[in-house]
Ligand binder design. Structure first.
Ligand code: CS2
Ligand code: MG
Length: 402
């Protein structure tokens, strides 16, 4: 088999998605997600201008060799743009290989290790009552695990407070929205949220929380300790992770499980965190961490240290990423949980998919490949519409981590 053509499809059915479609001389096609929120066209150009010309004429079955060619061959290694582009190629090639075999992708990885993929949904509200109410709605839908984020008294904005129900979309049109942050107000209020949630819903459901890189290591330790009585499934991105050693300080102060990795793009970003057992869940995902080929390597490394997977699954990861992630999740021995922020009906219509939700679990389906296609005619009706993620400042105007 030979790759005859490849192209990038950019579409905005409510939010922007970048998709790579690879075509072969045998008529099989594969899809890969290449969406990098707020920087979409950089990846589209990387693919169109620099990667696609190198793919034409290659055997799509050589998934590993093509991965190595794109990674080593660029000379400039790693980084979110490069690795999202490589991920898109890798995902599309796995899709083609599985379609050629007539099998769902998970069968090529080693087969099913569980009945379904436990997911967590996003509950959020402007205040404690609204957030508590929203958590209840997810539990009614059958979710076994819910992430809770709440508005904080005295703060106009807080991370994770949604626009619309069932999904949270942080990117906005125009220049980046500026949000104001107070660590003090946040640290005082968050334990009250989880105290209330445990009071109302008991200790049955798994509860998660995302601090979205806002705290210093010692503040993260303080929050983890304060949340211990409420037994969180995980506390996510409690502090920025460029300095992986920072997590030693967090670990010294709390036994609340820690999750990190949604912005990582290679195994090297998480190596120290894994080898020093400084985290409990690794959140690297198909689209931003180099595809299935790199993700399975990260998972295998993590397994040596009893660290589980918990892949990023926000709305900016397209249904193509979600489809591929679910095949990975149903196979990976050290699976923990999968994030699942629902896409809008418009997005689901552009990306028809085999995966389904029932009773708190997602199922990848049995379609050959990763089970996600694109309706190109419909996609063309939604042209690219630039949007940025917000930026964050402290109350005195100092730039902070969004
Ligand atoms: C978040 C994301 O899903 C998460 O845990 O941290 O919503 C993140 O903010 C977005 O994916 C950014 O594009
Ligand atoms: Mg997050």
């Amino acid at each position: 088999m030979k790759i005859t053509a490849a192209r990038v499809i950019v579409t905005c059915p409510g939010r922007n998605f970048v998709t790579l479609k690879i075509e072969t001389d045998e008529g099989l096609t594969g899809l890969g997600d290449a969406t990098l929120n707020g920087r979409e066209l950089a990846v589209a150009s990387y693919l169109t201008d620099h990667v696609i010309p190198c793919l034409i004429g290659r055997d799509p079955h050589q998934v590993e060799d093509i991965w190595q060619y794109l990674y080593r061959g660029a000379y400039w290694r790693r980084g979110p743009v490069t690795m999202s582009a490589i991920a898109a190629v890798d995902t599309a090639l796995w899709d083609i290989k599985a379609k050629a075999a007539g099998l769902p992708l998970y069968q090529l990885l080693g087969g099913r290790s569980r009945e379904g993929v436990m997911v967590y949904g996003h509950a959020n509200g402007r205040d404690l009552a609204e957030t508590t109410d929203q958590v209840g709605k997810y539990l009614e839908m059958g979710y076994k695990a819910v992430r809770a984020q709440t508005g904080i008294p005295g703060m106009k904005t807080a991370y994770g407070i949604g626009r619309g129900t069932l999904f949270y979309e942080p990117a906005t049109k125009g220049l980046p929205e500026e949000q104001i942050w107070s660590t003090e107000k946040y640290l005082d209020f968050v334990p009250k949220l989880f105290e209330e949630l445990r009071k109302v819903y008991g200790f049955g459901p798994h509860l998660l929380h995302d601090a979205h890189h806002r705290l210093t290591p010692i503040e993260a330790g303080r929050l983890g300790k304060a949340l211990e009585p409420y037994r969180l499934f995980w506390l996510e991105d409690c502090t920025p992770a460029e300095n992986q050693e920072a997590f030693k300080l967090v670990r010294q102060h709390t036994v609340t499980p820690l999750a990190v990795g949604e912005i990582f793009n290679s195994i090297h970003d998480c190596r120290e965190l894994i080898q020093n057992q400084l985290i409990d869940y690794i959140r690297t995902t198909v689209v931003h961490a180099g595809g299935i080929t790199q993700l399975r390597r990260i998972a295998d490394l993590a397994a040596l240290y009893q660290i589980k997977t918990g892949s990023h699954g926000a709305t900016d990861n397209s249904p193509v990423c979600m489809g591929a992630a679910l095949h990975f999740d149903i196979w990976v021995p050290n699976f923990g949980i999968q994030e699942y922020m629902r896409h809008t009906p418009e997005t689901d219509a552009v990306f028809p998919h085999a995966y389904t939700f029932s009773d708190g679990y997602l199922h990848p389906g049995e379609a050959p490949g990763h089970g996600v296609e694109i309706d190109e005619a419909l996609a063309a009706k939604y042209p690219y519409d630039p949007a940025y993620l917000p930026v964050c400042r402290l109350e005195d105007g100092t730039m902070w981590n969004w």
